[in-house]
Design a protein around this ligand. Structure first.
Ligand code: URA
Length: 281
């Protein structure tokens, strides 16, 4: 049981998170939350020109930033958010945007995450009309690595398309189709089954990029427009039993697998880290 003062502080959270989504949190608060300095001392650090956000030194006291996605540095060293990392797998229904806030005021994936207090945001996007798995996290480093084209994390989609793609169309999807003047990278494509008639069929596609509306545009480009699209796998993450609109935290094994898929984690052993620190360049 918390004393009244703490309960009162907790009650302040909702308005605070509203403020954050409108453009971040005050820099001195981020620094103090990250355990860098007290808020007063953090203000001093800012005034002294020792704090930068995304490469620009910040001197103005009211400046806001986003602890999860901005590159905040003190004396050139990255300040890590003190928030506990949270990794959530969401099965997005159609009709939701994958952003924290939509200028058009459509429902967002955040509306589905009731009870999640961490400042999580989506790793990559699914179209408004597309359903399926979305990773939501406050681990900005992981998101940056995961989304980097270099790692080519696999994403698998089920696409219901108009008509029945012939072998030629499937081969073109596999080898790559030009979109905006650049070919898509090789994909795995399976025609899973035909519909009851020749009117539609189901394609399973695994791609290693995340270009805008990529699957829809690929299928359109070979003459078989997508009617409905669902993502069923993202890297090591899959869950056929997670119902539409529901979410769950990743297991520790899934988090490990995800970190591995994103290029691995460089976590030297403690003793090694100590030695590394002592060494002078
Ligand atoms: N490809 C698409 O066309 N849409 C998505 O949402 C994801 C991949």
């Amino acid at each position: 049981h918390f004393p009244p003062s703490i309960r009162a502080a907790a009650a302040l959270w909702p308005s605070e998170s509203g403020l954050m989504s409108e453009g971040g949190m005050r820099l001195q608060k981020i620094l103090s939350r990250a355990g860098v300095a007290s808020r007063r001392a953090a203000e001093k650090l800012i005034a002294e020109g020792r704090v930068s956000v995304n490469g620009t030194t910040v001197l103005e006291m009211g400046t806001k930033a986003d602890a999860a996605s901005d590159d905040i540095r003190l004396d050139g060293r990255r300040v890590k958010s003190a928030e506990t990392p949270r990794y959530i797998l969401l099965n997005k229904p159609p009709g939701y945007v994958t952003t924290r806030k939509d200028p058009q005021r459509r429902p967002t994936v955040i509306d589905l995450l009731r009870g999640v207090r961490e400042y999580v945001y989506p790793a990559g996007r699914l179209d408004y009309d597309t359903e399926g798995l979305v990773l939501m996290t406050n681990d900005g480093d992981l998101v940056a690595k995961l989304m980097h084209p270099r790692h080519g994390v696999e994403r698998t989609y089920e696409a219901r398309v108009n008509g029945v793609p012939d072998t030629d169309a499937i081969e073109r999807l596999r080898t790559g189709v030009p979109l905006d003047g650049r070919r898509t990278r090789p994909a795995e494509v399976t025609l899973l089954h035909r519909g009851h008639t020749d009117r539609d069929s189901l394609l399973i596609l695994t791609i290693r990029e995340g270009r805008n509306r990529q699957v829809r545009r690929m299928c359109q480009a070979v003459g078989f427009p997508v009617r409905a699209l669902a993502r069923t796998r993202m890297g090591p993450l899959r869950d056929a039993r997670l119902k539409s609109g529901m979410w769950r935290d990743l297991t520790a094994d899934e988090v490990q697998a995800l970190k591995k898929a994103s290029g691995g984690e460089h976590k030297p052993r403690k003793s090694a880290a100590k030695n590394a620190k002592k060494k002078r360049p």
